[in-house]
Design a protein around this ligand. Structure first.
Ligand SMILES: Cc1cc2nc3c(=O)[nH]c(=O)nc-3n(C[C@H](O)[C@H](O)[C@H](O)COP(=O)(O)OP(=O)(O)OC[C@H]3O[C@@H](n4cnc5c(N)ncnc54)[C@H](O)[C@@H]3O)c2cc1C
Length: 389
């Protein structure tokens, strides 16, 4: 790596590398490499093991169970984690809900919900988007009405990742229709087992089930599950969307996928003999290096409490475009094998590695859309960085 590490940082990296490789079950690493869906049941023991080591929520402040690492240590941990083919933990609790609750939630909410996120006992999902409210999130129509002791929520959420496996949803709903759209929203914790709540699967182009529609029909939520103040939800929602600046970049995962792609291209030939083909690899390699440095720089700024604004959007755009470039190149490396497709009846004869690449390529059509589409992110960069003030 092109960052000069101190002796202590090198030791940290080596220790993390050795510990991760010793602890990670081989089957999990292989499933991760081949993009086989890892169920919650299979992931939980791994989450518990990391939690015991204090490594499940390293991004949190120490008082809430964080690791207390420097920006560089966190970067090194995340890099080693990806290089070991360790499966990502469910992101919603760790990266989005946890930080929202320890920043804006009540003491009771922190005590009730943070331990389950840390230990892996509870999975979360994010109920923001609706059929007519994605980029224009403030147009959402799910409504929360005040009743005795709490609220009843009615409406429909869509594209809700992992809703079918989640215990709780962090839900954005309208609590005031008399004010401008952004000013009348609130954030609630919704128990996914509540009467009146139902989940319907959406099958994606890769033939997998990760996203859902969630219907709420007069779902009761107690007052104690309103997060922060009523009608202040837009501020909390923006915080949540922006909080995990570096996570959206997926840079370490992309580096690992790129390594795998280079190995596959070497096996299949052409890399050493075709300069135009080789050029595409070099372009991605340079893009990844630039993104790695930008992630590290952004993390360092974040840890110092400084921020130029717009970093989350830059990382999201660059990271997602690289993810798509890597799998597009993989399709060219696979050649006619890529035509096998991910349909269960077609990939019977296809190697697990090939099927994994095809599925990844298809699912990654979504990476420039979810977490806020790239067009919207570019608008944010233009406002925050190119035309400040
Ligand atoms: C796989 C996947 C997982 C997801 N998971 C979740 C989840 O867990 N929770 C959740 O709440 N949401 C989730 N989403 C929803 C996601 O955040 C939205 O799809 C996204 O914000 C875009 O909104 P939309 O789909 O309504 O598209 P639209 O907002 O209708 O946009 C359609 C197109 O128009 C463009 N566009 C819209 N407005 C502008 C503008 N002002 N300027 C320029 N271009 C514009 C967009 O870039 C896009 O290309 C997920 C989506 C996907 C695909």
């Amino acid at each position: 790596m092109y960052v000069i590490l101190s002796e202590q940082e090198r030791q940290f990296r080596d220790e993390v590398r050795d510990d991760l490789r010793a602890a990670l079950p081989l089957g999990l690493a292989e499933a991760r490499r081949n993009r086989v869906h890892i169920s919650r049941e299979t992931l939980t023991p791994w989450h518990e093991l990391l939690a015991r080591r204090g490594w499940s929520t390293p991004n949190w402040p120490v008082e809430h169970g964080g690791a207390g690492w420097s920006a560089t240590e966190r970067f090194l941990f995340e890099r080693e984690y990806a290089m070991a083919d360790a499966p990502p933990l469910s992101v919603f609790g760790i990266y989005l809900v946890g930080p929202t609750l320890y920043t804006f939630g009540s003491q009771d909410q922190r005590q009730k919900y943070l331990p389950g996120i840390r230990s892996g006992a509870h999975f979360w999902c994010q109920g923001y988007s609706e059929p007519n409210a994605g980029s224009d999130l403030a147009a959402l129509r799910t409504i929360a009405r005040k009743v005795d002791g709490g609220w009843t929520i009615s409406g429909q959420k869509t594209w809700t990742t992992e809703a079918h496996e989640a215990d709780f949803m962090i839900c954005l709903a309208r609590t005031n229709s008399e004010v401008k759209p952004q000013a009348g929203l609130s954030v609630f914790v919704v128990d996914m087992r509540s009467p009146g709540l139902s989940v319907r699967p959406i099958e994606t182009i890769d033939f997998e089930h990760s996203v859902n529609e969630v219907y709420l029909d007069d779902v009761f939520v107690p007052d104690s599950d309103l997060v922060g103040e009523v009608d202040k939800g837009w501020t909390y929602a923006k915080f949540l969307l922006n909080h995990e600046r570096t996570n959206n970049a997926q840079v370490h995962q992309s580096r690992r996928e790129f390594q795998g792609l280079v190995e596959m291209a070497r096996e299949r030939g052409g890399l050493d003999t075709d300069p135009l083909f080789a050029h595409r690899f070099v372009e991605i390699d340079v893009g990844l290096s630039a993104l790695e440095l930008t992630v590290l720089r952004t993390l360092t700024l974040e840890y110092e409490g400084a921020s130029a604004g717009g970093e989350a959007s830059i990382l999201k755009v660059e990271g997602s475009v690289l993810q798509q470039k890597i799998t597009a190149l993989a399709m060219d490396v696979l050649g006619e094998d890529a035509a096998l497709g991910p349909a269960p009846d077609l990939n019977g004869g296809c190697r697990a590695e090939t099927a994994g690449w095809i599925e990844r390529h298809l699912f990654y059509r979504a990476v420039t859309i979810y977490g806020g589409s790239n067009e919207i992110q570019m608008g944010i960069v233009a406002k925050a960085i190119l035309q400040p003030g």
